[in-house]
Design a protein around this ligand. Structure first.
Ligand code: 5AD
Ligand code: SF4
Length: 466
């Protein structure tokens, strides 16, 4: 994929990845000013925004939820599906108006969308009131770009993967649960997916640095860490080291933080050793997100997923058998180009066999530059919508069925805060990642407590502290 910063790109394409310690010398030059930060997309983006926020706060900016009050607006964008693009450009329209009234307003766009050549071009030609476009590989350069802002549009996006940066500081959303990046990028190149282009090839952090971060989080009192990567099971394969994800997971578990989770797993790289570890360690949570994408072998092959329906089922059954009370969730795409009714029925069939705890379901969205986007598609959008609806009905039925199994049981719940729907309750998660609204004392925020489950809905449970 060609990107705007071609001068640098030419010199450094296919760079050898270096592991570099960042220095953080940010002047307090925006004291009294306000920032508005909006994040679209996946957990990776949510965590990147914690790094962006740290920079903004070190500059002296304080947060505002009111766009009109902002002195800087940062949009951390997502490119995984088309609608993400429309949302961002819709929002940019509001920023444009605001900048007319307040010319010193700084507008910055980062995240996966800014890695797309067509988007950078669109900003250059139609939205030159934007000040900064930064990419997913150079978030650490945002502070300098902010210092130089308001002169002219500054697009600084690497077309190569960038390095692995250590000593990254975060302003974390929570004091209870924390994300920990273990790797960046993805080498799987599923044919529909833009991530390998926007986030680059796989680069793992060194294990000792990850363990240091987890130790630090434990010392700060964190109750839970989630190891984060596009395909965590492939962790370490790009390093000249003898360790792999199982080694890392076991070492993280041994640090003794109460809860350890990881997302996302590609079925192809899921090893028996990982299953044994999840079963063995009490603090590795019995929850696996195992994206299926499709139940049809023909579509799986076209998607480049590297497994068949039968192989997926074998792995799924092994996970269910070996890990007591495990919950498994998934991602499914309907309407991949030329998906037939028979292909779709194969997806419904595997869903009926796996009876997932829950699933994220999507209509296929063609992404420019991906191999699948070049396939001429004969299926109408309304047919795709109808398949999504049929799929969701089945998924929701099993979610509810699985949730009902919890009623009457006692579950360990990590309480995170006040319940959004009912302020008199707290919300938290079971070990299996079920959302629970709990009647309990407010002082229990941040604690893992025993909860008796009293009722179940498709997307949450109700419970009472005991
Ligand atoms: N269209 C629709 N869904 C997609 N996903 C990834 N790329 C696309 C696309 N082009 C879904 C996959 C993935 C999840 C994060 O997003 O299901 O697992
Ligand atoms: Fe995309 Fe496939 Fe990588 Fe997941 S494993 S990020 S779907 S290319």
């Amino acid at each position: 994929m060609n990107l705007p910063n071609m001068k640098e790109a030419k010199i450094r394409t296919n760079n050898k990845v270096e592991h570099i310690n960042l220095e953080n010398n940010i002047p307090n030059s925006f004291e009294g000013k306000k920032y508005f930060l909006r994040t679209y997309g996946c957990q990776m983006n949510v965590h990147d925004s914690e790094q962006i926020r740290k920079y903004l706060e070190e500059f002296g900016f304080t947060v505002t939820e009111e766009l009109t009050e902002a002195d800087i607006v940062v949009l951390n964008t997502c490119a995984i599906r088309e609608n993400a693009h429309d949302k961002v450009f819709g929002f940019l329209g509001r920023c444009k108006h605001l900048k007319r009234e307040k010319p010193e307003l700084i507008i910055a766009i980062g995240g996966c969308m800014s890695q797309e050549e067509s988007v950078a071009n669109e900003i250059k030609t139609k939205h030159s009131y934007v000040d900064i476009v930064f990419g997913t590989h150079n978030i650490h350069e945002l502070p300098n770009m902010i210092l130089e802002a308001n002169k002219k549009l500054n697009i600084n996006v690497y077309s190569y993967e960038g390095n692995v940066y250590e000593n990254v500081k975060y302003s974390r959303d929570s004091k209870i649960t924390a994300w920990v990046n273990i790797m960046y990028g993805c080498d799987k190149f599923c044919t529909y997916c833009i991530v390998p282009f926007t986030r680059g090839k796989q680069r793992s952090r060194k294990m000792e640095n990850i363990l240091d971060e987890v130790r630090e989080l434990k010392a700060l009192g964190y109750q839970e860490v989630t190891l984060l990567g596009q395909n965590v099971n492939a962790y370490g394969k790009d390093l000249d080291e003898s360790y792999d994800f199982s080694t890392l997971l076991e070492n993280v578990a041994k640090i003794g933080i109460p809860r350890v989770r990881f997302v996302t797993s590609h079925p192809w790289d899921f090893t028996d050793e990982m299953i044994s570890l999840i079963a063995k360690y009490e603090n590795i949570m019995p929850y696996v997100h195992l994206p299926l994408q499709s139940g049809s072998d023909r579509i799986l092959k076209l998607m480049g997923r590297r497994y068949t329906k039968k192989e997926y089922l074998t792995l799924f059954n092994k996970i269910k058998e070996k890990i007591p009370n495990v919950a498994v969730t998934t991602d499914i795409i309907v309407g991949f180009p030329n998906e037939t009714e028979e292909d779709f029925l194969e997806t419904l069939d595997i869903v009926n066999k796996c009876r997932y705890d829950s699933a994220f379901t999507f209509i296929y969205s063609p992404r420019e530059g991906t191999p699948a986007s070049k396939i001429k598609d004969e299926i109408t959008y309304s047919e795709k919508e109808s398949r999504l609806q049929r799929l969701n009905e089945v998924i929701n039925k099993y979610s509810l069925e699985n949730n009902y199994k919890y009623v009457g049981k006692i579950e360990k719940v990590l309480l995170l805060g006040k319940s959004e729907k009912d302020n008199s309750k707290l919300y938290g998660y079971t070990e299996t990642m079920k959302l629970v609204n709990v009647i309990t004392n407010k002082d229990n925020i941040g604690k893992i407590i025993a909860v008796k489950i009293t009722d179940a809905k498709s997307f949450s449970l109700d419970g009472k502290a005991i």
